[in-house]
Every structure is written in C-alpha cells, then in structure tokens.
Design a protein around this ligand. Structure first.
Ligand code: PBG
Length: 324
C-alpha cells in the first residue's frame, strides 16, 4: 500500500496523538548537572566563555546540589580547580582536596537523594595541563594509572557515588576498579569516558577549569576525530575492564558514535553535551538568532534518539524552564 491509502500525516494531526506516539522524551532524571568548584575563593566567579555558568566556592556547592534537585536532576558531576597545581598533581588525591571537600559538603545536605559523580583526571591539577604524568614532554601512560586509582579512592573515602575516569590512559578503568576494590569500595560504579575525542569543543571548559595544556595538545591520548572503529574498541575494552556505564564525548558532532555504541553494547550510554556545544547555543540565543528553549530540547532529544540513556549537559541548570 502507498499513497493515497497510506497517509503519514494521520498520526500527526493533534498534540495528543503526537504525545501518545512519542518515542523519545526528555526526563530531568536522565540529565547530569555539572558543577565547577574552586579552592580558596569566597565568591562565585563567572566563566566568560560559558555564559550563565560560574566557578563556585566550597561554601556554595551544597546549595548547588539542592538547585540540581530542584530542577528534577538526580545527579551532579564535580570538577575541581585547586589552589595549587604542580608537576605531580598532588592535590588531586588530597584527603581535603577541593573535590573531596565538595563531595562531603553536598552529601551532608543532599544525602542519598542526589548521585554525586566525580571526574577522575589530572589536567586541572597539573602545572603543565596534561591528563597524566609528563616526562621529557611525553604523557606517560602506566605511571599515571596509579594516580588515577588514588584519586578514585580519595573520592570514595569522601562519599562519592560514581567515579568517572577521563584521562584517556590505556588501562585506566581496570586500574580504578582494582584500586577501589582493594580499598573496600567494590560497590562504587565506574562511568568510563570511553570514546573521548580530541575536540575543539572543550575550549570553554578549559577556561573554566584552567586546564589547557601548556605545550602540545591531547591528540596522542584522546581519540582521532575521523575514526569510528577505535571508539568501538575503546568501549569494548572499558566494558571488559569493568566499566558500569560508558560515555561518548563530545555529543553533537558524534551522534553516529552514540548510535554505534547503542547498536553494539548492552550497557548504559552517557552522552556528554560539552562546553563548546552549550556556548554556541548561548551565543546564538543571546543574539535572538535561535529560540534557546526549543533548540535545547531538540538537541537533547536528538542525543536520546541516537541512543543516549543519560546526558551530561550545562543546560541542566535551566531544564525546568525549557521543559514547561
Ligand atoms: C578532563 C575533562 C575535560 C572535559 C571533561 N573532563 C577537558 C579535556 O579533556 O580537555 C571537557 C568537558 C567540556 O568541554 O564540557 N580531562
């Protein structure tokens, strides 16, 4: 059968029909709310390339956890900016480091209602801005693994709910799993940044976190933009190493990778709607070139449709206004 017996428009006639047949809906529970927390500041500091976003002082993070809950979100993603950076990233695993303290503050106020996810990486803590230990201008893989394990354990000791290794070192998921298990944290899940591309969309985040590499770039550890096959291998390896959820990052220019992940693996898939994607929308919206709320809905539902179960997004802080 074909036209005129078949008419696709029949099922689009009313809002009720459209709602009834909706395949992908947005639910704030599935959005992860990023928070930047900075050591040694007493007032929030705005981030110029991430409009509407700030670096928070420790004293304000618990209230931000509450704000996430008020938006209907179930989780926050913590990124720390330490007072001191050095060559070994010492403050990344300090007992009273900025993220460790933030975890305690938020947990105290929000309890079990809110899932606290901690980003496990070194670029924010290293004076050179790379995601691992550097010797002779080279980012070393294996020596970095021990540090990542230490960070994860220090987060777990502070009460984190999920750890998210994001350094793109080979073997990082296994190293983090082993370190957690050895320390008695076998119940803490790992959200693995599995398919993380070397992307120019991270610019505003690097301004926010002061984490740009001081020499070179991240292309010998983050993935090559032209490739799909290695994304599947990265995901496969991370699952074998014990990942409980996997991530594709960035999201908008990589929807094909999300769809491939969905087709190939039976595991929750997280899309990271990164800083540059957010800033582009904000810039266009501020000029009234696009309608922010409907564009944000369209972008996020597109990620769902591609296969994302969860989405990390800076738009989470406004979700109430654009869902209604
Ligand atoms: C840490 C990290 C980065 C982002 C998340 N975790 C920066 C990077 O890899 O340079 C970027 C997130 C964003 O742009 O929103 N390695």
């Amino acid at each position: 059968m074909s036209f005129p017996a078949v008419r696709m428009r029949r099922l689009r006639r009313t809002q009720a029909l459209r709602d009834m047949l909706d395949q992908n809906t947005l639910n704030p529970s599935h959005l992860i709310y990023p928070i930047f927390v900075e050591e040694n500041i007493s007032q929030s500091v705005s981030i110029s390339s991430l409009p509407g976003y700030v670096r928070l002082p420790l004293a304000k993070v618990a209230a931000e956890g509450k704000a996430a809950l008020a938006q209907g979100c179930k989780s926050v993603f913590l990124f720390g900016i330490p007072a001191k950076k050095d060559e070994e990233g010492v403050s990344s695993y300090a007992k009273d480091g900025i993220v460790q303290n933030a975890i305690r503050e938020i947990k105290n106020v929000c309890g079990a209602e809110l899932v606290i996810i901690g980003d496990v990486c070194l670029c924010e803590y290293m004076s050179h801005g790379h995601c691992g230990i550097v010797r002779d201008n080279e980012v070393l893989n294996d020596p970095t693994l021990e540090l990542l394990g230490k960070i994860a354990v220090s987060y777990a000791e502070a009460g984190v709910d999920v750890v998210a290794p994001s350094a793109m070192m080979d073997g990082q998921v296994a190293a983090v799993r082993e370190a957690l298990d050895e320390a008695g944290y076998d119940q803490i899940p790992i959200m693995a940044y599995s398919a993380k591309y070397a992307s120019s969309f991270y610019g505003p985040f690097r301004e926010a976190a002061g984490s740009s590499p001081k020499f070179g770039d991240r292309k010998n550890y983050q993935m090559n933009q032209g490739n799909q096959r290695e994304a599947l291998r990265e995901i496969e390896l991370d699952i074998a190493e014990g990942a409980d959820m996997i991530m594709v990052k960035p999201a908008l220019a990589y929807l094909d990778i999300i769809a491939l992940a969905k087709a190939n693996f039976n595991i929750p898939i997280v899309a990271y709607n990164v800083s540059g994607e957010y800033s582009m929308v904000k810039a266009a919206a501020d000029n009234a070139w696009i309608d922010e709320k409907s564009v944000v809905r369209e972008i996020l539902v597109g990620m769902k449709r591609a296969g994302a179960d969860l989405i990390v997004t800076y738009h989470a802080k406004d979700i109430k206004s654009w869902l209604n």
